[in-house]
Design a protein around this ligand. Structure first.
Ligand code: FES
Length: 79
């Protein structure tokens, strides 16, 4: 498996809706960041599904180097 591509060195602030399904790109190749568009095919990476029971604000990692996928953990500050 190759290393993921850095899509951006800033996270995406997302207002997610309760019970709605979101699919986070883990490979960095999607053209619809921070969401999966199927670009991971053949890379060994798999997207991560996000679904919460309540509305909330989250920060999704776009550098793809976080240790808390799919959420930003501040790693982008050291890239
Ligand atoms: S955008 Fe990846 S850790 Fe913040």
């Amino acid at each position: 498996m190759n290393l993921p591509q850095i899509a951006s060195k800033l996270p995406s602030k997302i207002e997610i809706q309760a019970h709605k399904r979101y699919v986070w790109c883990s490979c960095g190749l999607s053209m619809k960041q921070p969401y999966c568009d199927g670009g991971h095919k053949g890379t060994g990476f798999k997207p991560i599904i996000i679904q919460e029971s309540e509305n909330k604000t989250i920060f999704l990692c776009n550098c793809k180097k976080t240790s808390n996928s799919p959420y930003c953990d501040g790693t982008h500050n050291n890239l």
